[in-house]
Design a protein around this ligand. Structure first.
Ligand SMILES: Cc1cc2nc3c(=O)[nH]c(=O)nc-3n(C[C@H](O)[C@H](O)[C@H](O)COP(=O)(O)O)c2cc1C
Length: 366
C-alpha cells in the first residue's frame, strides 16, 4: 500500500509539520550529569535530516530532587543542561525539523538498570511504588505545588529556547500516571478519589501550569497509557464513558494533542470496536491524537529490553487506519532509534532497505 497518508502535512495552532511521522520519546541516557552533549544534538539532527515530521525528545526531567532515576538522563533545568538543549533545537531547526521536549518526572518508579539513587524526597502520590508496596512518604501539598510549578517553568524555558511544542509524560506508571492509577493513588484529599476523573486532577493542574507558561498558541501534547510498567494488564478506563471522564478534564485544562501509548497499535481498546486507544481518544474528545506501538516492526518494545530482535513489518493496517482518520499522527520508536533514515526510506518505497531492530542499537547514539 502506498504510504501517502503518512506524508501529508499537519497543522495545529502554531505547530506545522511536513508529515505525520513523529519520533517517539526514547530515553537514551547519554547526557552525563544531566547535560545533553553535542552527540545528543547530532543524533536528533540526523532524524530531522531523515525527514521525521516531529521529533519528541527522550524524557527530560523537571526541577525536583528525585525527578530522574538515572544520572545520565538529561535535565530540563539549570544553565548547562538548557544550553545543551538549545544546541539540540538549533541543530534540528537547521535541518528543517520540528521538536518538543518530553517533560518527565519518574515519581517512585526505579530503574532496574542502575543502582544510582536520587536525593530525597522521592515524589509519589501515596508513597507507593506499586499497589500495596510502600516506598516513601506521600507527597506533601508543598511538594505537589512545587512539582506543578516545575513543569510550568520547564515549559517556559522550552518556549524561550525555541522548541515547537511541549510533550508531558503522563504515561507508563511514572509520577503523573501514579496519580491517575488507583493502585498508586490512595489519597483522600482533592488529588485522590474513587473515580478516574478525580484522580486526573494532578495531571490537569500540570497541564494548566504549562498552558499558563507557554500562552495559548503553543501546542501541548499529553502522553497517556492505560498500561503501566508495574502491570501491563491495567486499564485506567474500563469503558469509553470512563475514558471520556479521564480525558475531558485534561483537555479542558489545555491539552491540544493526545499521545496514546500502546505496545501494539492494532490492539482494540474496548470490545465491540476495532478502534485503538488513539482512535477512541479522538472520537471522545475531538482532539488530534498520536498512535504508537510496534509500527513497522514485528515485536514490541519491552521485549527489546530483554534482548528480543524485531524484523520490519507491513505498514498496511496502520495506513488504512490513518486514511480513515482514526488518528492524526504516528509515533515510531525503535525503527527510528536504529535507523535515522527510516522515514525517508518509507517515503521513497525503499522497503527492502528497512533494517531489523537489535538490542545493540540501545548501546549507542547512531
Ligand atoms: C530505548 C527506549 C526508551 C524509551 N523511553 C521512553 C521515554 O523516555 N518516554 C516515553 O514516554 N516512552 C519511552 N519509550 C517508549 C517509546 O516512546 C514507544 O512508545 C515504544 O518504544 C513503542 O514504540 P516502538 O514499538 O515503535 O518502539 C522508550 C522506548 C525505548 C525502546
Amino acid at each position: 500500500m502506498a504510504a501517502d497518508a503518512l506524508f501529508r502535512p499537519f497543522t495545529h495552532k502554531s505547530l506545522t509539520l511536513k508529515n505525520r511521522i513523529v519520533m517517539a520519546p526514547m530515553t537514551r541516557s547519554f547526557s552525563p550529569g544531566g547535560v545533553p552533549t553535542p552527540d545528543v544534538a547530532a543524533y536528533y539532527r540526523r532524524r530531522a535530516e531523515g525527514d521525521v515530521g516531529l521529533i519528541l525528545s527522550e524524557g527530560t526531567v523537571v526541577k525536583r530532587p528525585s525527578a530522574k532515576n538515572d544520572p545520565n538522563v538529561p535535565d530540563f533545568h539549570g544553565e548547562q543542561a538548557l544550553a545543551g538543549w538549545k544546541r539540540v533545537i538549533d541543530e534540528v531547526h537547521a535541518a528543517g525539523g520540528k521538536m518538543g521536549p518530553q517533560l518527565w518526572h519518574v515519581g517512585s518508579a526505579r530503574n532496574p538498570m542502575t543502582t544510582w539513587v536520587a536525593p530525597p524526597p522521592v515524589d509519589a502520590p501515596s508513597g507507593l511504588s506499586s499497589p500495596g508496596k510502600k516506598f516513601t512518604e506521600p507527597m506533601t501539598d508543598e511538594a505537589i505545588a512545587d512539582t506543578i510549578a516545575a513543569f510550568g517553568q520547564a515549559a517556559a524555558d522550552a518556549k524561550r529556547l525555541g522548541f515547537d511544542v511541549i510533550e508531558i509524560h503522563g504515561a507508563h506508571g511514572y509520577l503523573i500516571d501514579q496519580f491517575f492509577w488507583s493502585g498508586t493513588n490512595v489519597r483522600t484529599d482533592v488529588y485522590g478519589g474513587a473515580t478516574i476523573a478525580e484522580r486526573a486532577r494532578f495531571g490537569a493542574e500540570v497541564v494548566k501550569s504549562i498552558r499558563a507558561a507557554v500562552g495559548k498558541d503553543m501546542a501541548i501534547i499529553l502522553r497517556l497509557s492505560q498500561w503501566k510498567q508495574q502491570d501491563f494488564a491495567v486499564k485506567l478506563a474500563q469503558t469509553p464513558k470512563e475514558m471520556e471522564s479521564w480525558l475531558t478534564p485534561l483537555v479542558e485544562a489545555g491539552t491540544d494533542i493526545l499521545h496514546c501509548s500502546q505496545r501494539r497499535f492494532w490492539e482494540p481498546e474496548f470490545e465491540g470496536s476495532e478502534l485503538n486507544f488513539a482512535g477512541w481518544a479522538k472520537k471522545l474528545t475531538g482532539k488530534p491524537t498520536i498512535t504508537v506501538g510496534s509500527v513497522g516492526l514485528s515485536g514490541e518494545f519491552t521485549a527489546a529490553f530483554r534482548g528480543e530482535s524485531s524484523k520490519p513489518a507491513s505498514l498496511d493496517n496502520l495506513l488504512r487506519r490513518l486514511e480513515r482518520e482514526e488518528f492524526d499522527l504516528v509515533a515510531v520508536g525503535r525503527a527510528l532509534l536504529s535507523d535515522a533514515q527510516w522515514a525517508r526510506k518509507v517515503r521513497e518505497d525503499r522497503h527492502d532497505e528497512l533494517q531489523d531492530f537489535h538490542k545493540e542499537a540501545l548501546a549507542k547514539l547512531a
